[in-house]
Ligand binder design. Structure first.
Ligand SMILES: [Zn+2]
Ligand SMILES: [Zn+2]
Length: 422
């Protein structure tokens, strides 16, 4: 009898220990953005829960090789999983730029089913970016279903349109090859894929601690980099004592017109991972950093030129619009400027910004798409044309680029990083 009781007590103690075992160890490993700018991903490997902070795409940045080769290598790298989706049960994201979140569609496509934690605004912006990616960014080689006569390809077995096909054909492509082959992913399938990502999100407010396991909690600090952006404080309640690990993500300069103020930071931390891309340069700021932009733009518009401004669809496009508005308010730019935003994704981001900020000039023409047939005749100066920045990789848009580059009446304004080899 006594033996039995001892056994039961031992069993109870063991199971209580297993249930409530305190965190013993945690390792952080950089899966990207080490000695390079892009591909941010921090892998937390602990004995309670494994998770990622950010899960970004790589950009071509191997300067000593040819640009074309770099693009091919980079897109190979971007179809490789950063980690097995079954190994992790949470992804915490700092902000919606693709070099921080762009590998999430690949993870979800390969079975990731854990939570994605972000601010509400980051979720909204991230879903716009994912929609853009799912249309045309390679997730590796995939087999699609199509009917003989349609240019639509399907990915989802539950798609009603796919299930109406009488004699379904299988075709194998990478998503980035679809457009040049005259094919398009079906809208219903795209929507299912997007919902599969959206349902994983759990949104978190700034400066609230939330638990992701018994001894691991997280707090978001406003990073003032882009709307919704956060630096992330991971709080580990280790058996050896508490440890605070801070991952800055990209942080704002404090000079932003749209997001006012400096980044918020915690009072104490034990370890910091800093994104230091521009940290090594000390720069003297002119008293009005936009005067040069205003005077160049004025000159071009006075000469009835086409001003082509390639810029990132998320945040840079909106910043350019905001600076034009500022110039108009300060009477440094004409009241009426013909501004066209043509990227579908940029327009969607504009709409989200509209809900939070009065950032753009009164008249911005968003009626045209990037399709050259309609856009080409509409390009005549004076006009400011805002397009996405990685335009060199969009073959279908090259007629427009050619038209602008060949004309003597056009100017190119660079407002952000552009690969010098592109
Ligand atoms: Zn960023
Ligand atoms: Zn479909």
């Amino acid at each position: 009898m006594n033996k039995k009781i001892t056994f039961i007590v031992a069993l109870l103690t063991l199971s209580t220990n297993l249930l409530y075992a305190q965190l013993r160890q945690a390792n952080v490993q950089l899966l990207g953005a080490g000695k390079r700018v892009s591909g941010s991903a921090y892998y937390f490997n602990t004995d309670q829960k494994d998770f990622l902070v950010d899960c970004g795409l790589f950009y071509p940045e191997t300067k000593h090789i040819k640009y074309e080769k770099d693009i091919v290598n980079t897109s190979r790298l971007n179809t490789k999983l950063p980690i097995s989706p079954q190994k992790i049960s949470a992804i915490i994201i700092t902000h919606a730029h693709l070099d921080h979140i762009g590998k999430i569609p690949l993870l979800v496509n390969n079975g990731y089913n854990g939570k994605i934690y972000s601010t509400d605004l980051t979720k909204k912006l991230a879903l716009i970016m994912f929609e853009m990616m799912l249309k045309s960014t390679s997730l590796g080689s995939e087999t699609f279903t199509k009917s003989k006569n349609s240019n639509k390809v399907h990915t989802q077995s539950s798609c009603e349109w796919k299930n109406r096909i009488k004699r379904p054909k299988k075709v194998t492509f990478e998503r980035n090859e679809l457009q040049d082959s005259g094919l398009q992913i079906c809208k219903v399938c795209l929507d299912i894929e997007l919902q599969d990502i959206a349902r994983l999100f759990k949104t978190i407010k700034y400066n609230r601690t939330f638990d992701i396991s018994r001894d691991i909690s997280v707090e978001f600090f406003d990073a003032k980099h882009i709307p919704g952006s956060a630096s992330i404080l991971v709080k580990l309640n280790l058996i050896s004592g508490k440890k605070l690990i801070y991952i800055t993500g990209d942080v704002g300069s404090g000079l932003d017109n749209i997001l006012k103020g400096k980044p918020k930071v915690p009072k104490t931390v034990d370890y910091v991972f800093i994104e230091s891309t521009y940290g090594g340069k000390s720069r003297v700021l002119p008293s009005d950093p936009f005067n040069e932009f205003f005077s160049d733009l004025n000159k071009s518009l006075r000469n009835n030129h086409v001003v082509w401004v390639p810029s990132f669809v998320l945040d840079r496009t909106q910043k350019v619009l905001n600076v034009i508005k500022k110039g108009q308010q300060e009477k440094k730019l004409p009241k009426k400027i013909n501004i066209k935003v043509v990227s579908t994704t940029a327009k969607k981001v504009n709409k989200v910004y509209d809900q939070y900020f009065e950032y753009r000039p009164n008249s911005v023409d968003e009626s045209l798409s990037m399709s050259p047939a309609k856009l080409s005749p509409a390009i005549s100066g004076p006009i400011v044309l805002l397009t996405p920045s990685y335009i060199d990789q969009l073959d279908f848009f090259h007629p427009i680029v050619e038209k602008i580059v060949r004309s003597n009446n056009s100017d190119l304004m660079l407002v952000g990083y552009q690969d010098p080899r592109s």
